[in-house]
Design a binder for this molecule. Structure first.
Ligand SMILES: Cc1cc2nc3c(=O)[nH]c(=O)nc-3n(C[C@H](O)[C@H](O)[C@H](O)COP(=O)(O)OP(=O)(O)OC[C@H]3O[C@@H](n4cnc5c(N)ncnc54)[C@H](O)[C@@H]3O)c2cc1C
Length: 303
């Protein structure tokens, strides 16, 4: 097992970084599930130059580096060793060219949608109700039955694992279900190709989809979106419900009564309880239907 970096090593990697730096910072408040222990150090880069510095410093010091948007992850209870970056300050957005929007990676999808609506630009209505960042959305190829990130992504503003910034054209990338095959590195922004549309049409699609979510998903309790990917030709929620697992709980972690492919935190669930519940659901669905469900969530942090 790799030894955790010392404070001195971390400090060295972060010299010249201008963004906000917080030592031993709890990560639960940064996650939509409200679980997870502290980061050795949490950094909120002030600009992309900071990201370049951090990537280079981490590489030089062999320090693990994690980017956290926080809405599709479970951070383990012991937290994350090394440097965790949150892009809360990388939130610039503009219409750079006709119908081409450039968004920094830290912009939340709902804000991107508001921006597009304000300019009567259509193409990302599928993102209604997805709370993640543009960076996470690109990395995950986020989407719904209305569409996916791949449909509008023109190019990715990217920082390689060597700390070099480059533009990657979307047509050179492979997109899978909830995964974009990117080189090792970090998304710092994205160019999106949208189209002109009537404001009312955009609003109506968005409103309908938000209504659908509200009636089918447990949006009033902390969660991290769909727990499992849908297996080919079936739905994870249907299988979990058919296995009689709705309402199964461990402490405050519960398989949602509203949507079986959501696990909610009813108060003070730990990451360990949530992950035990995930294991139970997976085992029982495998036993009953012979289907091995694949996690959509990313599980990160120290065991
Ligand atoms: C209520 C709710 C509903 C949701 N509904 C949907 C839905 O309908 N469809 C859907 O697809 N998702 C949904 N999600 C999940 C989530 O919002 C998306 O997957 C989102 O794209 C994740 O973005 P994030 O910024 O939170 O990334 P995180 O959850 O922090 O990270 C997800 C993965 O992306 C990587 N990543 C994050 N940022 C970057 C970056 N800048 N550069 C490189 N890699 C990065 C992380 O390392 C990790 O592997 C939902 C979540 C919630 C809470």
């Amino acid at each position: 097992m790799q030894k955790p970096p010392t404070r001195e090593q971390l400090r060295r990697a972060l010299t010249q970084v201008e963004g906000d730096i917080r030592w031993w910072e709890p990560l639960a408040p940064l996650t939509s599930l409200h679980v997870g222990g502290p980061a050795d150090v949490l950094v909120m880069p002030a600009h992309v130059a900071d990201v370049l510095q951090i990537v280079r410093g981490a590489r030089l010091g062999k320090i693990p580096l994690t980017v956290l948007g926080g809405t599709n992850v479970v951070v383990r209870d012991k937290g994350i060793r090394g440097i965790v970056m949150s892009f809360k300050q990388l939130t610039n957005i503009c219409e750079e060219d006709r119908h081409v929007v450039y968004s920094q990676a830290g912009v939340r999808l709902p804000r991107l949608m508001q921006f597009a609506l304000g300019r009567k630009l259509s193409g990302i209505e599928w993102a209604a109700g997805i709370p993640g960042t543009v960076g996470g959305g690109v990395a995950m190829n986020a989407g719904t039955r209305l569409g996916v990130m791949q449909d509008v992504l023109k190019a990715v503003d990217f920082v390689t694992s060597h700390g070099k910034r480059k533009r990657i054209e979307a047509h050179t990338l492979t997109f899978l279900y909830r995964k974009t095959m990117l080189p090792k590195g970090i998304v710092v922004g994205a160019w999106l190709q949208l189209t002109a549309a009537l404001k009312g049409t955009i609003q109506s699609v968005t409103k309908d989809y938000l209504h659908y979510r509200k009636t089918t998903q447990p949006l009033t309790l902390p969660n991290a979106g769909s727990v499992f990917k849908n297996p080919d030709g079936d739905s994870a929620g249907r299988l979990i419900e058919a296995a009689g697992l709705k309402g199964l709980y461990l402490g405050d972690a519960e398989v949602s009564l509203k949507h079986a492919n959501f696990i909610v935190n009813k108060g003070s669930a730990s990451a360990e309880q949530i992950l035990s519940l995930v294991r139970k659901v997976r085992q029982q669905v495998a036993r009953k239907f012979g289907v091995r469900l694949q996690l959509e969530w990313k599980v990160i942090g120290e065991r």
